[in-house]
Design a protein around this ligand. Structure first.
Ligand code: NDP
Length: 240
């Protein structure tokens, strides 16, 4: 059996593409989700990838969920922190609920998930932690102070933890996608979509599979010298 990978939010959108690409690359994959049972069972039927439901913003639920995955499939070698939400709003109207939901799901989840696989990775002297941040965490985005803060926090987490894992064979990296053609992005009015594409030098949206291929590379043995890095995949929209 190949290495074991968990992909949070691995049943829809970018996460589904990551789950499939890792499976195609020989990993035993567990895909997690929050509550959309219909999408998760459709994904499972199509791919054969086992799905697990728990809330990544709940520390204890992550402990139980990861223990179940490890009992079913084996110790986790690769963790992809992909689950994320938006609750956009201008700051002068933002509620504490909007702020907390986004910080809990996008940022606190990195602690909740990584904490439970970290010791095992240290013991086995191998691990890959890959977090899906965002271009909006790099540059900031009006109407997304909560999301930009969480996504920038993911990058800081990555750089700090990379230093702790380096001598233990564990790499920790972040990927910052730009606009990706998920259902949500494609559903925006045509005029808005045109103006979004106008901001992207490459002249198109990214594909979920393009982010998935970045993950497969960072998870591989070939990427063993890359840690603490932030891989931008945004069609040239923002260059750092
Ligand atoms: P989707 O909305 O398509 O899918 C989100 C996934 O995360 C779903 O599987 C969802 O489960 C799961 N999820 C949400 N909240 C929780 C939770 N509390 N606990 C467990 N699972 C949860 O997202 P995208 O594919 O668009 O985005 C994936 C990642 O990429 C996110 O981190 C996002 O911020 C980032 N990103 C996306 C971009 C884009 O253009 N789409 C651009 C830049 C970054 P369920 O199906 O049950 O709801």
């Amino acid at each position: 059996m190949g290495k074991v990978a968990i992909v949070t939010g691995g049943t829809r959108g970018i996460g589904a593409a990551i789950s499939k690409a890792l499976k195609d690359a020989g990993y035993s994959v567990a895909a997690t989700y929050a509550g959309n049972d219909e999408a998760a069972s459709k994904f499972h039927e199509e791919t054969g990838i086992p799905v697990y439901k728990w809330n990544v913003s709940d520390f204890n639920a992550c402990a139980e969920g990861i223990a179940k995955v490890e009992a079913d499939i084996g110790p986790v070698d690769v963790l992809v922190n992909n689950a994320g939400i938006t609750r956009d709003g201008m700051f002068h109207k933002m509620t504490p609920e909007q702020w907390s939901a986004v910080i809990d799901t996008n940022l606190n989840a990195l602690f909740n998930m990584t904490r439970h696989v970290w010791e095992g990775m240290r013991e086995r002297s191998f691990g890959r932690v890959i977090s899906i941040s965002s271009v909006n965490g790099q540059k900031g985005q009006m109407g997304q102070s909560n999301y930009s803060a969480a996504k920038a926090g993911e990058i800081g987490f990555t750089k700090a933890l990379a230093q702790e894992g380096a001598r233990k064979g564990i790499t920790v990296n972040a990927i910052c996608p730009g606009y990706i053609g998920t259902e949500m992005v494609r559903a925006v009015p045509e005029k808005v979509l045109e103006s979004i594409i106008g901001m992207i030098p490459i002249g198109r949206l990214g594909e979920p599979e393009e982010i998935a291929r970045c993950v497969v590379f960072l998870a591989s043995e070939d990427a063993g010298f890359i840690t603490g890095s932030t891989l931008s995949a945004n069609g040239g929209q923002y260059m750092v």
